[in-house]
Structure formats: C-alpha cells, structure tokens
Design a protein around this ligand. Structure first.
Ligand SMILES: Cc1cc2nc3c(=O)[nH]c(=O)nc-3n(C[C@H](O)[C@H](O)[C@H](O)COP(=O)(O)OP(=O)(O)OC[C@H]3O[C@@H](n4cnc5c(N)ncnc54)[C@H](O)[C@@H]3O)c2cc1C
Length: 381
C-alpha cells in the first residue's frame, strides 16, 4: 500500500492550494457574510479544470484519478466550505449521475457543459417528508406521450437555484417502493413548470445556495430519463457512495483550515508572558487535532483507492465520511477553544469552520444513517 502522493498528485495539490490561498481565502469571509454564489470564482476554477476533475477528457473533464479529485476538493474546502459543497454537488452528484448512467447523447449534451464549468449541476433527491427515508418521496413522473409530466417538490438542493442541469429523482411507479423510482435530467431554463420556491438561511455553508424546488405539470421528454425506469434508487445510492468520499475530503479540508489557524494563533497569542503554544494543554489539543485530521485523510484515501480499483467500498466510504465529518466538528470546536473569547467572534475564521464543519454530519447520509450502513455491512461480512 502506498502512503505517499505521486509527483502528479503533489502538483495538483500545489496548484489548487496556490489558487485557494490567492483567490479563495481572501474572499472566504465575504462569501460567508453575503451568502452569494461566487460565480466569478467558479469561472476561475473552471479555467483551472476544477469543475470536472474526475471525468475523462473526452467529455472535457480533467481526467484525474479519485485521489487527486479528493485532494482538490479538500483544498477548495480549506478555503471555503460553501465552495466545497458547490463543487461536490456539481461533480460527485450531478456529474456522476450523467457519467455513470447517461447515454452518449446525454453525456455529450449535459456532462460536457458541466465539466467545462459553463453550466452548473444539482442533484435533487431529498424532499420535505423524505430525507433519510428516500423511498418515501412523493414527487411523481407520470407517462405522458413521448415523455413524463412531473409534479411535486424537492428540498435542500445544493446549487438548486443556480443550476442549468438538475438530476431529478421521481416515482414512475408509486406502488413499487424503491423499485418505482427513476431519474431524469431537468433543464430549468427550458422546462416550464420548474419553480425555485426559495433558498434556505443556513448556519454555515454560505455561498452554496440550498434551494427548495417545485414542479408544476413540468413535462420532460423521454430522452432525458437516465437509464431504465425503476433504476433511480440504486443509481442514487451508488452516486452517494462516491459522493461520501468527497464529503470526507470537504471535512478534512475544513479540519486542516481550523488546525492551521489555531496553530498560528497559539504561536502569537501571549498570556503569562509567553505564547500559549508553550502550554502543554494547548500543545495536546494541537496534537489531537492533527492526528484526527491525518487519520480522516487516510480513511478518505483508502475509500478512494477501493473505488478506483472497482472494488466494493460502501463501508469504507461511509466510515471515511462519518469519521471525517465528526472530527472536523471536533477539531473546529478545539480551534475556537484555542482562540478563547476571540474564537467566539467573527474577527477570526474559527467560528466559520465550526459552522461549515457541522453540515458534513448531516448531508449525503446523516451520521446515524451511516452507522446503520456500516453495521449492516459489518454484520454481512
Ligand atoms: C445544507 C444542505 C444541503 C443539502 N444538499 C442536498 C442536495 O444537494 N441534494 C439532496 O437531495 N439533498 C440534500 N440535502 C438533504 C440531506 O441529504 C438531508 O437533510 C439528510 O439526508 C437528512 O434528511 P432529513 O433532513 O429529512 O432528516 P431526517 O431523515 O428527518 O432525520 C432526522 C434525524 O433522525 C435520524 N434518523 C432518520 N432515520 C434514521 C434511522 N433509520 N436510524 C437512525 N436515525 C435516523 C437522522 O440521523 C437525524 O438525526 C442537503 C441538506 C442540507 C442541510
């Protein structure tokens, strides 16, 4: 097993890190304050090939391996947790749905534009009454001529109000439970009946709009169905497995940001005539923060490795996401503690890291649901 990055992976980390330090870090507080989708930064990231990192060059992707994609997402999230979600939802979720389950025409028409960053993608699975319990969804797609008429609504959709392509899940057979779910490509600009109800005012993850969507007699042609009818639930689970590796990456990136900030603060803040980093209590906090971030990063890379080898990685991706998201919250919490009272103010980014980290424990499978998944896999082994 290799524990070191290849030369190419190191170069990717350095390139993204440089961009993040120069362009994202100086803007992060403003993005957090104003909660606006940073379209100009997305254009810059598109120029660097960061909007289609893991997809082949034939679809205008960057053709990177999954380790490199995770490293890229970790770096972006180190700068801004909201930007990390924008890229993860666009790539790991919407992009993956098209890449894995789209036909050639669909890939050329929609995936290519996502990979170049000309268009933004979203993944619309959750509903008000169907979060962890996906098959409880009520959005329905009824056969209607050469297509389907969709009625219903989705909640919590990252990028939902700015997306050009939304991969949507709806019931095509309401009596068939999870086997009655199908997926479709929706084009908000073209499809009458697509309504953005509004966006959430959230604790953190600012800059990534989280939208409520409604579909009123929205007709979509059959050519926009992804795969066969009834395959949507399995497609969603497979997509979320890969997505969890990148939410682990987002978490590690936020944990690293919290650690770096706390370390430099501890080295310059003086109490009792010496830097607080001289106190063993502070040193031990920093030691634990670094150890946890490194362990989370290794779990993330192990899951990425299995994915790249085409081996089963359900348990490992769930463990990577579960552990990384929980330690990111813990590390960010200690970051605030090391800052004392200043950590509780907006004068320092420590509190933003805490708010951004919390989300990773909720989306793409809550920690409780992931523990269910891990336990099931463990007991079946
Ligand atoms: C900012 C944000 C962005 C999001 N982005 C997207 C997106 O882009 N696309 C999308 O489709 N969805 C998205 N989501 C939705 C997210 O995936 C759901 O919020 C999540 O799956 C939980 O669903 P819920 O909120 O309905 O909570 P519920 O499912 O109601 O869960 C409530 C509580 O009950 C627990 N619980 C539920 N079932 C079980 C069980 N079987 N065993 C043990 N505990 C259980 C949960 O762990 C949780 O603690 C986003 C959510 C947020 C907050």
């Amino acid at each position: 097993m290799e524990f070191t990055l290849t030369e190419e992976q190191r170069q990717i980390r350095d390139t993204v890190a440089e961009f993040v330090d120069e362009e994202v870090v100086p803007r992060a507080a403003e993005i957090d304050e104003e909660d606006e989708f940073p379209a100009d930064l997305i254009d810059d990231m598109a120029d660097l090939g960061l909007m289609g990192m893991p997809f082949p060059v034939e679809y205008e992707g960057a053709g990177l391996d999954y380790h490199s994609y995770a490293i890229g997402l970790e770096e972006i999230s180190r700068g801004s947790g909201g930007l990390g979600t924008v890229v993860a939802a666009h790539t790991s979720l919407a992009g993956n749905m098209l890449y894995e389950f789209g036909d050639e025409t669909q890939k050329e028409a929609y995936l290519t534009a996502l990979n170049t960053g000309e268009e933004i993608g979203a993944f619309a699975l959750s509903e008000a009454e169907a979060g962890s319990d996906v098959p409880a969804m009520s959005t329905a797609a009824e056969r209607d001529g050469d297509g389907y008429t969709v009625n219903g609504g989705k909640l919590w959709i990252s990028n939902g109000s700015v997306a050009d392509t939304v991969t949507l899940f709806a019931k095509t057979d309401p009596d068939a439970g999870r086997k009655g779910i199908s997926s479709f490509v929706v084009r908000p600009e073209e499809d009458d009946g697509f309504v953005v109800e509004g966006t959430e005012d959230k604790l953190g993850d600012k800059g990534c709009p989280t939208a409520e969507l409604r579909f009123d007699d929205m007709w979509i042609p059959e050519e926009r169905r992804l795969g066969e009818e009834g395959e949507g639930f399995v497609q969603a689970l497979k997509t979320l497995n890969g997505g969890r590796i990148t939410i682990a990456a987002r978490s590690v990136g936020i944990a690293r940001a919290a650690l770096n900030e706390a370390k430099s603060y501890a080295q310059q803040r003086e109490q009792f005539d010496r830097p607080i980093s001289d106190f063993q209590a502070i040193q031990h906090k920093l030691a634990d923060m670094d150890t946890k971030a490194r362990a989370a990063e290794l779990l993330m890379h192990e899951a990425a490795d299995l994915k790249m080898r085409d081996e089963d990685y359900i348990k490992e991706a769930a463990q990577a996401k579960l552990y990384a998201s929980e330690i990111a919250r813990e590390v960010a919490n200690e970051g605030i503690q090391i800052h004392g009272g200043y950590g509780y103010t907006k004068d320092f980014p420590a509190e933003r890291y805490y708010r951004d980290a919390k989300l990773s424990e909720i989306y793409e499978g809550t920690s409780e649901v992931l523990r269910n998944t891990i336990a099931q896999q463990l007991l079946d082994e």
